[in-house]
Design a protein around this ligand. Structure first.
Ligand code: ATP
Ligand code: LTN
Length: 340
């Protein structure tokens, strides 16, 4: 049985990741790792946001496989379907329905200020579709449907959380209290893991291979990518995100993965040179990924069990989501029908 503790006194967490490619170390440190850390203290709902993924072109067969693979990764990092609800967004139609209603309380002006929209439309200039533009509204629907208190995400999603809060507050003031106004949960260190090749940009799964560490990279590949990571010519090991973005990125990665304060990581590396820094970073990554990869291989081999978890997850999620959706439909003035 999947968790269904709507009336539990625990605060509610919702987050999602797009099945738009193999997960990166950035996704792990910024999001997934926190999903697991928060699992016991909160009532958690974790979604595979496949409807968001089609805002850029996808191959259907690959997308289908990646949805299962992302769900397997949720489980491989240790999420327990008995405690957390795990499901695919497209399996719960309430997400699309609420998104439509929220579209009607969201302004074109505020959507056009979203940096993710600007970046993605520059990158996919041949496919600037309306879904890409209204992406944050679907994200707001995801979150608000579950009366979410807290949303663990990387720093790049802060602006989307702000618009979600604005939409919730606007709806509540126009139609009466309907949604909890959620807050972002952004880790202090590692909320923005940078590209290994261009450390002033965030690590992203839709960028070239050598810029990111995939959670499924072998130890050899991890060593090679870290060894080639861009640093600087100054040779001193200290944290300075402005002046030394490459070195600071590696220091943050070690600090988070080894659960050791940044200062003590930095101190312990004095005199080691960049070679020592990179060896330490690669070791930390390999040690973190080994158990995740072993679990992933076991889970993805049993598709029937995985599918069962997603099916149960979707049913439980739909029950919870529909409570909010029914209330919202009443508030906006949709006529009741048979089952209502
Ligand atoms: P894409 O590159 O396809 O746009 P993405 O790698 O940014 O995708 P998402 O699915 O959009 O990944 O993000 C999933 C979660 O991972 C979000 O909470 C996001 O903030 C977080 N995240 C993504 N990249 C990083 C990063 N480099 N550092 C920290 N967190 C990140
Ligand atoms: N927009 C997010 C993915 C996402 C999400 C969500 C995150 C979609 N719906 C709800 C948290 C809560 C992204 O691009 N990383």
């Amino acid at each position: 049985m999947q968790a269904e503790t709507h009336t539990s006194p625990k605060k509610i967490i919702f987050s999602g990741i797009q099945p738009s490619g193999v997960l990166t170390l950035g996704n792990y440190i910024g999001a997934l790792r926190n999903f697991k850390l928060l699992e016991d203290a909160y009532d958690c709902i974790y979604c595979v946001v496949d409807m968001h993924a089609i805002t850029v072109k996808q191959n259907a067969a690959e997308l289908r496989a990646r949805c299962l693979s992302l769900a397997a990764m949720y489980l491989a990092v240790g999420l327990d379907p008995k405690k957390s609800l795990i499901f695919c967004q497209s399996h719960v139609s309430a997400h699309a329905e609420l998104a439509w209603i929220l579209n009607c309380v969201t302004y074109m002006g505020e959507l056009s200020r979203m940096t993710q929209f600007k970046e993605k439309s520059a990158k996919h200039h041949d496919n600037i579709n309306a879904g890409l533009f209204t992406y944050p509204v679907l994200m707001a629907a995801d979150i608000l449907l579950y009366q979410t208190d807290l949303v663990p995400v990387g720093a790049d999603q802060k602006q989307h959380l702000e618009i979600t809060r604005d939409i919730a507050q606007r709806f509540n003031s126009q139609y009466g209290q309907s949604f909890v106004v959620p807050e972002a949960y952004i880790g202090k260190v590692g909320s923005r893991v940078m590209s290994l090749q261009e450390p002033t940009r965030k690590m992203s799964k839709s960028d070239p291979e050598d810029t990111y560490i995939s959670l499924l990279d072998s130890p050899e590949v991890v060593r090679r990518k870290v060894k080639r990571a861009v640093t600087d010519s100054d040779a001193s090991i200290r944290f300075d995100a402005e002046e030394k973005p490459g070195v600071s990125n590696l220091l943050s990665i070690i600090s988070v993965l080894m659960d050791e304060p940044l200062e003590s990581v930095t101190d312990s590396l004095q005199g080691e040179g960049y070679g020592g820094l990179k060896t330490r970073a690669a070791d930390a990554i390999i040690e973190t990924l080994a158990p995740i990869q072993a679990e992933y291989a076991r889970i993805i081999a049993d598709k029937a069990t995985l599918q069962g978890i997603l099916d149960e997850g979707a049913q439980a999620a739909a029950r919870r989501a529909n409570r909010t959706l029914d209330k919202v439909k009443r508030k906006v003035g949709f006529a009741p029908h048979g089952k209502a």
